[in-house]
Design a protein around this ligand. Structure first.
Ligand code: BG6
Length: 451
C-alpha cells in the first residue's frame, strides 16, 4: 500500500490529541522511521493556523529541526462540524495525496461523522482510524462495523488499540516464535494456569464522563487484555503480515469463552480512599461526575477458557484495576508439577513460573535448583532479564503503521466483535447483581478476601 501523505486529526483541540497523538507522532518523527507528513487539525472551535502550528510544535521537541519545520509549515487548522457533509467535504478537499482521518472524538460523534461520510464520495485509498471504545456492546460494535464496511474496505479501517503498539506487547511474538525453548512448553500439557494482570496506580484522573459508564472490564479487559491474551496463546502464524497475524488472533479469540458460561466466574471491586506513595486518592465514589447507582467497578477479574487442543482445561485469569499499590503488568504462566520428584529431594512446594513483564519490559523464570547448604534441599532461584525500551511511544508505533497504510497492528472488525462476545455474559451477570461488588482501599492490591 502507498504511504499516507495527509493525516487529518478530527478532534484536534481534544485531550487525546495533545496527550497521546502528538507526542506519539513526535517519537515517530524523531526515529529512523519518521518522514514528512502533512497535518490537518479539525475541530469545532476557531483556531488560527499559527496557533495550531504552535501547539503541534510544542509536542515536537526532540524532532530534527528541519523535519519539524517541514511538517509544521504544511500544517493547517480547519474549523468544522464533522457531522456536516459540506464541512467534511472542505476538509477532504484540503488534503493532498493519500489521506487518513483520525477520529480523536467521543464514540458517539465518531458514529455521526461516519454516517455523514456514508453520504459522500470518499477519496480513493482513504484510511479511517477509529479509537477505542469500539461500540458499547456486541450489537453496537456490529452496527459500527456494518457502517464502516459501507465506507471503505476492511484493510482501510484502523481500529486503534495502543496496546498493540507497545513494543513490549509486540515482543510476545518474537519471544514465542523466534525461540525454540518456550513454544513447546506453552500448552495444557505443561501449564497449570495463566494470569494476565494489567494494574495501574492511577485513579480516575478526571475521566468520569467516560470511565463511569465503562468500568475496568470494558475499559481494559474487553480490549487490551484479550488482545494480549491472544498474542500470548495463539498458534504460530506463517507470516506477521496483517492477514496471518490477525487471522491467528481471531481464531484464538473465537475459541475463548467465560470459564462458566453464565459469567459468574468473575470478581469486581471498587476503590475507597487510600494512599499510593505520597499521593492521597479520594474514594472513587467521591470523584466528580461519578454516579453511585451505576455500580462501576475499578478492578475487574474474569476467568476464561480456550477451547482448543493446545489449551483445553487451562484457566486464564484476566485482571485489571486502577489505584493499585505496587502495580504489575505481566503475563504469568504457572507450570504443572513435575511428573515425579525423585524421592529424597525435599521440594520447595511451588510451581515453576514464566513471567513476561509488559511494563517494565522484563522476563523472569522461577526455577528450582539444588540447595547451597544441603544439595537435596531444593531452593528457588529466579533468572531475570530486562529488555531495552523502544524509541517509539505506543501511539508512535500505531501512527507508523497507519501512515504506512499497514493495518497489522490494528484491531480487525471481527476481533472487536469477538472481544465483546467474550465479556458479554460477565456484563450481564454483573448487571443482574449475581456477583458482589467488593471494595479495596486505594494503594492496596485489591480486596483482602481475594488473596
Ligand atoms: C486506556 C484506558 O485505554 O489505557 C485507560 O482507557 C488506561 O484507563 C490506559 O489507563 C492504560 O494504558 P497505558 O499505556 O498507560 O498502560
Amino acid at each position: 500500500p502507498s504511504r499516507i501523505e495527509t493525516l487529518v486529526i478530527l478532534g484536534a483541540g481534544g485531550d487525546l490529541t495533545s496527550r497521546l497523538l502528538l507526542p506519539g507522532l513526535a517519537t515517530l518523527l524523531a526515529s529512523s522511521r519518521g518522514s514528512a507528513i502533512r497535518l490537518i487539525g479539525v475541530d469545532r472551535d476557531p483556531m488560527s493556523d499559527a496557533a495550531w502550528q504552535r501547539r503541534v510544535g510544542k509536542a515536537f521537541s526532540g524532532v530534527d529541526a528541519r523535519l519539524a519545520d517541514r511538517v509544521l509549515e504544511s500544517s493547517v487548522y480547519l474549523q468544522a462540524d464533522v457531522t456536516d457533509a459540506e464541512a467534511l467535504g472542505r476538509v477532504l478537499t484540503a488534503a493532498t495525496g493519500r489521506v487518513a482521518l483520525f477520529f480523536a472524538l467521543p464514540p458517539a460523534v465518531t458514529v455521526l461523522a461516519c454516517r455523514t461520510l456514508a453520504t459522500m464520495k470518499l477519496p480513493d485509498g482513504i484510511v479511517l482510524a477509529i479509537e477505542k471504545p469500539f461500540g458499547t456492546d456486541l450489537a453496537s460494535a456490529r452496527a459500527l462495523n456494518r457502517l464502516l464496511q459501507k465506507l471503505v474496505p476492511e484493510e482501510q479501517v484502523f481500529r486503534v488499540d495502543h496496546f498493540l503498539g507497545k513494543s513490549t506487547v509486540i515482543n510476545l511474538l518474537g519471544l514465542r516464535f523466534a525461540n525454540r525453548i518456550f513454544e513447546p512448553l506453552l500448552s495444557a500439557q505443561n501449564v497449570a494456569h495463566v494470569e494476565v494482570n494489567i494494574e495501574e496506580d492511577l485513579g480516575l484522573e478526571g475521566r468520569a464522563g467516560y470511565y463511569d459508564r465503562a468500568g475496568a472490564l470494558v475499559d481494559m479487559i474487553q480490549s487490551h487484555l484479550l488482545l494480549v491474551l491472544a498474542l500470548a496463546t495463539m498458534e504460530p502464524p506463517a507470516t506477521v503480515g496483517s492477514e496471518d497475524l490477525r487471522g491467528a488472533m481471531a481464531q484464538l479469540l473465537r475459541a475463548t469463552r467465560p470459564w462458566k458460561k453464565d459469567g459468574t466466574e468473575s470478581r469486581r471491586a471498587r476503590y475507597t480512599a487510600g494512599t499510593i506513595g505520597r499521593r492521597k486518592l479520594p474514594a472513587y465514589l467521591s470523584e466528580d461526575g461519578v454516579d453511585r447507582s451505576r455500580n462501576t467497578e475499578t478492578l475487574a477479574e474474569m476467568t476464561v477458557a480456550i477451547d482448543n487442543w493446545r489449551w483445553a482445561g487451562v484457566p486464564f485469569v484476566l485482571r485489571s484495576g486502577k489505584a493499585i499499590g505496587d502495580p504489575r503488568q505481566e503475563i504469568v504462566f504457572t507450570f504443572r508439577d513435575v511428573p515425579h520428584l525423585p524421592t529424597g529431594f525435599h521440594g520447595p512446594g511451588r510451581q515453576a513460573r514464566l513471567r513476561i513483564g509488559i511494563k517494565p519490559a522484563t522476563m523472569s523464570l522461577d526455577l528450582v535448583t539444588n540447595g547451597r547448604d544441603d544439595p537435596f534441599d531444593l531452593e528457588w532461584d529466579t533468572l531475570d532479564a530486562e529488555f531495552g525500551p523502544s524509541e517509539l511511544k505506543p501511539y508512535g508505533e500505531v501512527l507508523a503503521e497507519l501512515l504506512d497504510g499497514d493495518p497489522t497492528l490494528s484491531v480487525r472488525g471481527d476481533i472487536a466483535e469477538e472481544c465483546w462476545r467474550i465479556v458479554a455474559p460477565v456484563l450481564a451477570a454483573w448487571r443482574a447483581d449475581r456477583v458482589p461488588l467488593d471494595s479495596y482501599p486505594a494503594g492496596t492490591r485489591g480486596p483482602r478476601s481475594w488473596h
